[in-house]
Design a protein around this ligand. Structure first.
Ligand code: ATP
Ligand code: MG
Length: 617
């Protein structure tokens, strides 16, 4: 993909719009800076010519002597100061840092908003992660060539670009008064050099773009090696070297690609520099020729020598700036692409939403199928299921049969690929997701462990209640997390996780109890519990299910569990097999029907019995 840069729009939105007076200031001093060489040529020519024309009398005082030269001397001092201010980092750096903060903050905010707005399904696509990574890196100035690609730095570069360009132009102008051939030599050589370096830089930009997926993978290996979550297994199984070599192989391959490009770049650069040196020599030769024929004064000769030298400096400087800008714009495009293209489609939903009523809705799955992006087989096929208002349904089935997927469809996190889900007769996709999310709650199978306080870990289930101490404590009691919390050093204020100072870590089951409390904190009409007790000990599990009947009153509940005993709490059992509804009925019905459920149930019961009798021996 070869992007065409909307330069002007990006430049305006990134460099000028965030802080216009600063941009104007930089452009103005950039332009002033460009006049330095011209004034320098003027002062030098006059000084030398004056010195050559008049010899001072021996008895003259130094003051008298210096007086005629004073204006030129002053001009030179002024030029020098201006030059320093403009070309060495002085006050612009402070202003630039200020602009930088504005821009980066603004961009990051938009970036994260866009990320939140992405439907869950998009996270299933690797390209989505590539795009996101490119945008994030661009915004935060994480740059492969070790230069910080931050807007303000670039604005600063723009100022220099302006200075150097106006400087180069004024020099060419001055030279044109002396010898037009030199101007042509320098101009054509300079433009060619510039075009050449831009083309080459493009190559590096493209390589970097193509490497994003592999960079992410390499960084993933790196994270495995450094993150706490994997530290124990990596040590125990001795995986360090294996992972490290995976990291190295990938990294080496990428470095080789860049190194190859760099080698050809350097070879051609050397040839080009030789050509430039030749052009420089030719220009000087022309000057000497003119001077020795007497058509060029010594003052002008020296000034022109200086000017050509300076022109080459500007050229070099501009080449550097322009390639940097090239990177900047290329990267910026990733950021804008992400932020603009990923803008969620603005759909309007009726403000008076039927589902916003207090009644618990009936849910109907009608011929619902779903396949994960890129998956060969559908995770769910043709599900027809009616869940009555306030019903407690146990979703059972072996690993991979589609239980979690079904719940995620009902929660509106994924859209069915075929068929529809109706909520009280209204298609789920016609209901504002925001409204729908206030109606549903879930304890996920892969629940989050947030390195926040206990209180926040629970309040994340319903942020509106984050200050409602009683509600938070009630949710903790309901999920049987309260006793555990009481033993923590600072109770509800204990900071969890070990990522930050003084954090306390919890056991797997303790984290799960908090996840369940999160689900309970939300006054949802539909509650989905995906293996809510898989990590809990037997006592805690009993405690959870004892409270369950009370808690589920007046709600529709979907309970997924591999412990079939828990299914007996449900009004109805739905048994999934390979993404299809295989059996439906109450516990008693399914047992009588000698179903698969009955067989599994008998097996589990028998296991408990033999274990029980062995214990009793
Ligand atoms: N993100 C995903 N991308 C692709 N396929 C997936 C994804 N998540 C699940 N699957 C596949 O979809 C099918 C159903 O998965 P699902 O998680 O719904 O099963 P489950 O019944 O909840 O299993 P378990 O009892 O192990 O939790 C499985 O075959 C699984 O491999
Ligand atoms: Mg599951």
């Amino acid at each position: 993909m070869k992007p065409i840069y909307p330069f002007a729009r990006f430049a305006y939105r990134t460099l000028i719009a965030p802080w216009p007076p600063y941009a104007v200031f930089l452009i103005v001093i950039g332009a002033i800076g460009g006049t330095v060489p011209l004034l320098h040529i003027y002062a030098t020519t006059h000084l030398i010519d004056m010195l050559m024309a008049e010899r001072a009398r021996a008895d003259a005082s130094s003051i008298d002597l210096l007086m005629p030269y004073a204006p030129y001397l002053g001009l030179l001092i002024g030029m020098m100061a201006l030059h320093w201010i403009l070309y060495y980092d002085t006050f612009q750096r402070y202003l630039a840092a200020h602009l930088n903060e504005r821009v980066v903050q603004r961009f990051n905010k938009t970036f994260f908003w866009r990320v939140f707005a992405l439907p869950l399904e998009r996270f299933e696509y690797p390209e989505q992660h590539d795009t996101m990574t490119r945008a994030y890196r661009a915004i935060n100035g994480i740059h492969p060539r070790g230069q910080s690609q931050i807007a303000a730095q670039e604005l600063y570069a723009v100022q220099r670009l302006i200075s150097c360009t106006t400087g180069a132009i004024t020099i060419l102008y001055a030279l044109s008064k002396v010898n037009i051939a030199i101007v042509l030599i320098l101009l054509i050589g300079g433009l060619y050099m510039m075009r050449w370096s831009m083309r080459h830089e493009r190559q590096f930009i493209d390589i970097h773009y193509d490497q994003t997926a592999r960079q992410r993978q390499r960084d993933y290996w790196g994270r495995l090696l450094t993150e706490r979550a994997h530290a124990a297994e990596i040590r125990l199984f001795g995986l360090g070297n294996y992972m490290l070599s995976a990291w190295r192989v990938l990294n080496d391959a990428m470095i080789r690609e860049i190194a190859d490009a760099r080698r050809t770049f350097t070879q051609t650069l050397l040839i080009l520099l030789a050509i430039m040196a030749g052009l420089f020599g030719l220009s000087i030769a022309l000057l000497i020729d003119q001077s020795s024929r007497g058509t060029l004064g010594i003052g002008q000769f020296v000034a022109m020598l200086y000017a050509i030298h300076h022109y080459l400096f500007f050229l070099h400087n501009n080449g550097h700036r322009i390639t940097r800008m090239q990177w900047f714009f290329a990267e910026l495009r990733y950021a804008y692409d992400f932020m603009e293209k990923e803008a969620p489609p603005s759909r309007s939903f009726p403000t008076t939403d039927a589902t916003a009523s207090d009644a618990v809705p009936e849910v109907i799955f009608e011929g619902v199928s779903f396949a994960y992006p890129g998956a060969e087989k559908p995770a769910l096929s043709n599900i027809d299921l009616r869940i009555r208002a306030g019903e407690r349904v146990a979703l059972l089935g072996e690993n991979g049969s589609g239980k979690t997927t079904l719940v995620k469809l009902l929660l509106g996190l994924y859209q069915p690929t075929k068929g529809r889900i109706y909520i009280d007769g209204r298609p789920l996709d016609a209901i504002d997701p925001k409204t729908w999310r206030t109606q549903v709650a879930a304890a996920f199978q892969d629940y989050g462990r947030y390195a926040f306080r206990v209180r926040e870990n629970i309040a994340f289930g319903n942020l509106d209640k984050r200050a409602d101490e009683a509600a938070i404590q009630r949710a903790a009691r309901q999920s049987a997390a309260d006793e555990m919390i009481a033993t923590l050093p600072r109770g509800y204020d204990t900071l969890l996780g070990r990522e930050f100072e003084t954090g306390t870590d919890l056991s797997g089951g303790q984290w799960q109890a908090l996840a369940l409390a999160r689900a309970y904190l939300r006054d949802a009409k539909i509650l989905a519990l995906d293996e809510p007790t898989s990590a809990l000990d037997a006592l805690a599990e009993v405690a959870v299910y004892r409270r369950f009947s009370d808690l589920s009153k007046g709600k529709t509940v979907l309970l997924i569990s591999h412990r079939l005993g828990a299914a007996r709490l449900a009004d109805r059992i739905v048994f999934l097999r390979r993404g299809r509804v295989a059996e439906v009925g109450t516990h008693a019905e399914l047992i009588d029907a000698k179903s698969d459920y009955a067989t599994s149930y008998a097996m589990q019961a028998a296991r408990y019995r033999t274990e029980g009798s062995r214990d009793g021996e």
